[in-house]
Design a protein around this ligand. Structure first.
Ligand SMILES: [Fe+2]
Ligand SMILES: [Fe+2]
Length: 259
């Protein structure tokens, strides 16, 4: 089973994927494609609602062959932040409480295989999340043997939390991929327990700024201690790809490769 995971898509990253993902998929032949899309659209000027997803943006991802989308602290941002969760291919952090709109885990059936996808978040990304390990344990128990492999997108800044989840899942999951910081880390590896791991896949979005956005807004905010009302702009550099290709056999990872 080969899984292509694409890190936080930011604005122009979606246009870039429309041009390049068909070629990447043709070259690497992934069985499943999962993408974190929490920053796919720029949806407002407020510092609290700057990102999010829309149904139109998601439709573009489905057309590209993406099987499921994960999220994080921006899962509910934007004008369609609730509506997007009506699509069961859209996941949000599982450990964010049962009352929050959406679902945190899903099974994808394709080519005679079933991939389980779990989205978790750390408290540094979402202040009110519950224990990620308890949520993961309960989900894996509920699935039993339904999944041939399980991929976890852990959305947060703490590499310690992400690695802990990977070691805790050994023998039961095939990958923990980190998202949220938008910064590619150099630690892609298969851990001794057969779990493919990377602390952060990194964003798929415009370089030359901060998190894919124009840096001046952040500089002004650090000085003023708050974000100005000026509109958010994407950074203007070339799009960088944050993506990993994971190979799993019998539910255990055998390889992880950065693309
Ligand atoms: Fe993000
Ligand atoms: Fe995030």
């Amino acid at each position: 089973m080969k899984i292509l995971f694409i890190g936080d898509i930011v604005g122009p990253g979606l246009d870039w994927l429309e041009t390049h993902l068909p070629g990447i998929a043709a070259e690497h032949q992934p069985d499943f494609i999962v993408a974190n899309a929490e920053n796919m659209e720029l949806s407002g000027t407020s510092s609290f609602v700057i990102a999010g997803m829309s149904r139109a943006g998601l439709a573009r991802l489905w057309t590209l062959g993406v099987d499921a989308v994960t999220g994080g602290n921006h899962s509910w941002d934007g004008p369609e932040g609730m509506a997007v969760h009506e699509d069961n291919r859209v996941l949000r952090p599982l450990n964010y409480g049962t009352e929050a709109p959406g679902r945190g885990a899903g099974l994808i059936e394709k080519r005679g295989m079933t991939l389980g996808v779990v989205n978790l978040a750390g408290r540094d990304a979402l202040r009110l999340v519950d224990d990620p390990l308890a949520a993961l344990d309960a989900q894996l128990e509920a699935w039993g043997t339904a999944a041939d492999g399980v991929l976890v997108d852990f959305h947060g800044a703490s590499t310690e939390d992400k690695l802990t989840t990977a070691f805790a899942g050994a023998g039961r999951i095939c990958a923990v991929v980190g998202t949220h910081t938008h910064v590619r880390t150099a630690d892609a590896q298969v851990l001794p327990g057969g779990v493919a791991y990377v602390s952060d896949v990194g964003m798929t979005g415009p370089s030359g700024g901060i998190l894919g956005y124009d840096p001046q807004k952040f500089v002004a905010a650090m000085r003023a201690r708050h974000y100005s009302d000026a509109a958010w702009q994407f950074a203007s550099g070339p799009v960088e790809l944050g993506a990993v290709l994971i190979t799993c056999e019998s539910g255990r990872a055998t390889a992880i490769q950065r693309l």
